[in-house]
Design a binder for this molecule. Structure first.
Ligand code: ABU
Length: 366
């Protein structure tokens, strides 16, 4: 039987991926971990309910087009099976009035080698999102005898998992930055919590962002679960809303990373890259002054690109400065329109999860 699942990084030749779907997407009700992520001046504060139908249709159109582009470039694409997200959920520990979406898969699924693991997300509204991917996991399981289908320990997400009153409407941007610098985030340390999009995979090394969606205990859990890998906790003190590493620190090929200039990697954490002759280049400025309507993410989705191989990258069509920079860095750029999908949880990298990339577990930082 063929090997279906294999991926050790975000830059080796991509042959098989999952791309999300926007159907039935919700703006979830406020809960302890989500309040912190919504900027004070966002039109989304206090709002919840089904996303407008026309926005879902437009997002799906761009997602379908993205799939067609990937297929044209030799990538097999699978799609999740969305649930009706507009229903309340309950566990012994909490109740939430709705779920969220089957976008983006990158937050939920972490592929390391022949294993795809569902994450331990801190948002209650995302507790059952993994179910949208279970039919695919089952298919890979039945057809690839080496595939390891796994699930991280499920957090209980009781009230003890969050710092209550952490969010304060009056908090200034400066205060937020002080909190980020002090590594003071909304989650507590009672249990490991992490989003898969906080994990940057570079062969034997995992660089994991400690922020609003991934806590310290998750780092310890990763170290014990993957004893053969090296786990590095990284912070980006310039980010007032630190969530997900893939609009902050993005590898393009072995030896080259683009770094958000507003969120530079601290000097002491750069050492491992510099000692191994990796170049960290400031990413180009975004082409837009603000995100599209009803979007949680920042303008830095400009750098949330999908690398197809060491010379080819997919960049959002209107992000002309980012595309120009990629070109100068020696990449062939495939432009794809995707801004209508941004409100559903992110950009081109977010909207995918790796199933198969060529290559094995290299040691890039010996
Ligand atoms: N999911 C990536 C979002 C990162 C950002 O808002 O900058």
């Amino acid at each position: 039987m063929p090997k279906i699942v294999n991926s050790w990084n975000d830059f080796d030749p991509l042959k098989h991926a999952i791309v999300g779907r926007a159907d039935f997407s919700m703006i979830p009700p406020e809960e302890p971990a989500t309040s912190e992520k919504v900027p004070v001046d966002s039109e989304m504060r206090g709002m919840w309910g089904p996303r407008p139908t026309e926005t879902v249709e437009k997002a799906n159109e761009q997602l379908d087009n993205y799939v067609a582009v990937l297929e044209k470039h030799g990538v097999k694409v699978d799609r999740p099976t969305p649930l009706q997200w507009n229903q309340h959920i309950q566990t012994p520990d909490f109740r939430n009035d709705s779920m969220m979406t089957a976008m983006p898969p990158r937050d939920i699924l972490l592929t390391i080698g022949n294993e795809i693991m569902a994450s331990a997300n801190s948002f209650r509204c995302r507790y059952f999102e993994y179910l949208a991917y279970w039919p695919l996991m089952n298919e890979y399981f039945e057809n690839d005898p080496e595939f390891k289908w796994s699930q991280a320990p499920r957090p209980r997400l009781t009230d003890k998992s969050y710092k209550h009153n952490y969010y304060d409407e009056k908090i200034s941007l400066e205060d937020r930055l002080i909190r980020t610098a002090n590594k003071d985030f909304v989650t507590t340390e009672v249990e490991p919590m992490w989003d898969a999009a906080d994990v940057m995979r570079v062969g034997k090394d995992l660089f994991i962002q400690h922020g609003l969606t991934t806590n310290r205990k998750a780092m310890e859990w990763f170290k014990r679960y993957y004893p053969d890998l090296r786990v590095h906790s990284v912070n980006f003190p310039g980010d007032p809303y630190p969530i997900h590493i893939d609009a902050t620190f993005v590898p393009l090929r072995p030896g080259l990373i683009i770094n958000n200039p507003h969120r530079p990697l601290p000097v002491e954490q750069r050492a491992i890259f510099e000692a191994n002759d990796w170049q960290i280049v400031e990413a180009a400025k975004p082409a837009h002054d603000g995100p599209p309507p009803l979007c949680y993410s920042s303008v830095w989705l400009s750098m949330n690109c999908l690398v197809l191989d060491h010379k080819t990258v997919v960049v959002e069509e209107s992000e002309v400065y980012q595309a120009e920079q990629m070109d100068k860095l020696g990449m062939n750029v495939i432009p794809v329109p995707f801004r209508d999908a941004y409100p559903f949880g992110g950009g081109l990298h977010c909207a995918t999860a790796d199933v198969y990339r060529e290559g094995g577990m290299e040691d890039y930082f010996p």
